[in-house]
Design a protein. Structure first.
Length: 456
C-alpha cells in the first residue's frame, strides 16, 4: 500500500478556490482503480496551506491515476494556485497534522504536537498507531490517586505498566531516577516502549530525563497535571533533576512525541499549587506580551479563571520564543526573568521547614528582578509598581532574610545561565519586553531584596 501526505501552499485567498476543485473532483478520484482513501483539510495554523492524504493499492495504481484524463484536468487548475512547491510529508505525522478531536485545540511544533482539551480515545488511537510494544506510566503518589483513574480506562487493551515515585521536588534527584531505571529494567522495557509522564513539572522533568537516557533514549509523552507544568514544562524539551541542591543541574534537551494538556486535571490541585503555576503565566506576559499582561491584571480571583483560554495563550508565548532559540543561546534566556533570584530563593528554602513552591519563589524573584530592571534596563517606575502590586495581591509576601544574602549569591553564581563569574539576569525594559545578558553586582542584588522586604 502507498500512503501520501502532502502539504500544499497557496497564494492568499486561493485556498478556497482549491477547496472547490477538491470538492468537485474528490469522489471521482476515489472511484479510480486502486484508490483506497482520500481526504483533505486546511492547516490549523495557516489558512493558506492545505493537507491531502491518500492511500493507494500500489505504485502502479497511483501512476495510472497520474496518467488519467481526470488528473490532467485537475492538476493544471490546482498548480496555478500554488505559492510554493508541494511538500511531501511522512505519513507517520498524519494524526499530528489532521484536525484535532472535537473540543480540542492543537499546536504543531517541529517534531511533536500539543493537544489542549479533555483526554480522548482519539489520542490513544494515535498512540496505538505508533506500534509501541508497551506503555509505562510514571506517576507520583498524588497523581496515581487523583489522575491515574482518569487515564486508565483509555489505556485498557494494551500492555500498560505503572511506576510510582514519591511526590515533591525533594525527590527530584538521581536516586529516584535510578529507581525508575531499575523498574524499567525489571519490566524488561525495550527501545520500542513508550513512557507516559503523568504529573507536574517534577514528573515531566524527571520522567522525561529517565526515558531520554534509558538505553540511549526511548519515546515519551507528557501529560502535565499542574498549571505550572502545562504552561511551562510542556514546551522546550528541557529535562533533568536537581543535584548538589541546585535545581535542574543535571539534564538533557529532548522533545516528547506529544503533550496532552487537559485543564480538567487542574481541579485535582490545592489552591496553593494552582497559584504557584500561575506565576509562569504572569512571567510569559511580562517578557513578551503587554496586552496579555493588561488582561491578566483583571484576574484577581484564580477561581474565576478561564484556563481553556489562558493556557494556550501562555504556551504560545513560550513556543514563539523557543522556536527561535531552541538551545538557549540568546533570546530564550528571556524565560529566565524572575528565575535567577527566584531559583536561589527556592533552593535556599529546600533544606528548611519553611519550603516555598516554585511559583511562590519565582513571584518574589520577579518583584526583585523588576526592581533591578528599573536600575539597569530602564523599566519605568510605574511598571514596577503595577508588577509589585499584582504579584503581592496573588502571592502575599515572604520575607527574605538579608543575612542569607551570601548563601543566595553563592547559589546564583552556580546558576547554569552564567557565562563567567558575573551573575546573569534577564530584565524587563517595559512590561511586555525583556533584555537578556544583563548583570548586577552583589550590592544591587542586596538592594533588590531590601526593596522586596519593605513591601511586606
Amino acid at each position: 500500500m502507498i500512503e501520501r501526505l502532502v502539504k500544499l501552499h497557496f497564494r492568499p485567498e486561493a485556498t478556497a478556490a482549491f477547496e472547490a476543485i477538491f470538492a468537485e473532483s474528490r469522489d471521482k478520484i476515489r472511484a479510480q482503480a486502486g484508490c483506497i482513501h482520500l481526504e483533505g483539510w486546511r492547516a490549523i495554523d495557516n489558512p493558506n496551506c492545505y493537507f491531502t492524504y491518500s492511500r493507494w493499492l500500489d505504485e502502479e495504481s497511483l501512476n495510472a491515476y497520474r496518467q488519467s484524463d481526470l488528473f490532467r484536468g485537475v492538476w493544471p487548475r490546482t498548480k496555478a494556485l500554488f505559492s510554493a512547491k508541494p511538500e511531501a510529508i511522512s505519513a507517520k505525522r498524519l494524526s499530528e497534522l489532521a484536525p484535532p478531536a472535537a473540543g480540542h485545540q492543537r499546536m504543531v511544533l517541529d517534531d511533536y504536537h500539543l493537544d489542549f482539551g479533555p483526554l480522548a480515545s482519539t489520542q490513544i488511537d494515535w498512540l496505538k498507531s505508533c506500534d509501541y510494544t508497551a506503555w509505562v506510566v510514571i506517576a507520583d503518589e498524588l497523581t496515581e490517586k487523583y489522575c491515574w483513574p482518569r487515564l486508565l480506562p483509555l489505556l485498557e487493551g494494551h500492555p500498560t505498566y505503572l511506576i510510582t515515585v514519591p511526590a515533591g521536588e525533594r525527590h527530584k534527584h538521581l536516586d529516584t531516577t535510578r529507581f525508575i531505571w531499575e523498574e524499567l529494567f525489571r519490566l524488561k522495557a525495550g527501545r520500542r516502549w513508550c513512557v507516559l509522564n503523568l504529573g507536574g513539572g517534577v514528573i515531566g522533568d524527571m520522567g522525561g530525563f529517565a526515558a531520554s537516557t534509558f538505553k540511549r533514549g526511548i519515546d515519551f509523552i507528557q501529560l502535565p497535571t499542574t498549571l505550572l507544568s502545562q504552561v511551562d514544562a510542556s514546551v522546550g524539551g528541557k529535562l533533568g533533576v536537581d543535584f548538589y541542591e541546585l535545581k535542574n543541574s543535571i539534564g538533557v534537551f529532548r522533545n516528547p512525541r506529544a503533550v496532552w494538556i487537559d485543564p480538567a486535571f487542574l481541579a485535582t490541585l490545592p489552591a496553593r499549587e494552582l497559584r504557584s503555576g500561575y506565576a509562569e503565566v504572569i512571567k510569559h506576559a511580562l517578557i513578551a506580551d503587554h496586552d496579555q499582561w493588561q488582561r491578566l491584571q483583571q484576574l484577581t480571583d484564580l477561581g474565576q479563571a478561564d484556563w481553556s483560554a489562558i493556557i494556550p495563550a501562555s504556551v504560545n508565548i513560550k513556543y514563539q520564543i523557543v522556536q527561535q532559540d531552541p538551545m538557549e543561546q540568546g533570546l530564550r534566556k528571556v524565560l529566565n526573568f524572575g528565575h535567577t533570584i527566584g531559583h536561589a530563593i527556592e533552593s535556599y528554602w529546600l533544606s528548611t521547614e519553611q519550603r516555598l513552591l516554585h511559583g511562590e519563589a519565582i513571584a518574589a524573584g520577579m518583584i526583585m528582578e523588576a526592581w533591578l530592571s528599573t536600575q539597569i534596563s530602564g523599566l519605568p517606575a510605574a511598571d514596577l509598581a503595577e508588577i509589585s502590586q499584582y504579584l503581592l495581591h496573588i502571592y502575599g509576601h515572604q520575607s527574605v532574610p538579608v543575612a542569607a544574602l551570601e548563601d543566595l549569591l553563592d547559589l546564583m553564581r552556580q546558576d547554569k545561565k552564567n557565562e563567567d563569574e558575573r551573575i546573569n539576569f534577564s530584565l524587563l525594559s517595559t512590561a511586555g519586553s525583556c533584555l537578556v545578558n544583563q548583570t548586577a553586582d552583589a550590592e544591587l542584588i542586596r538592594q533588590s531584596i531590601e526593596y522586596y522586604n519593605k513591601l511586606g
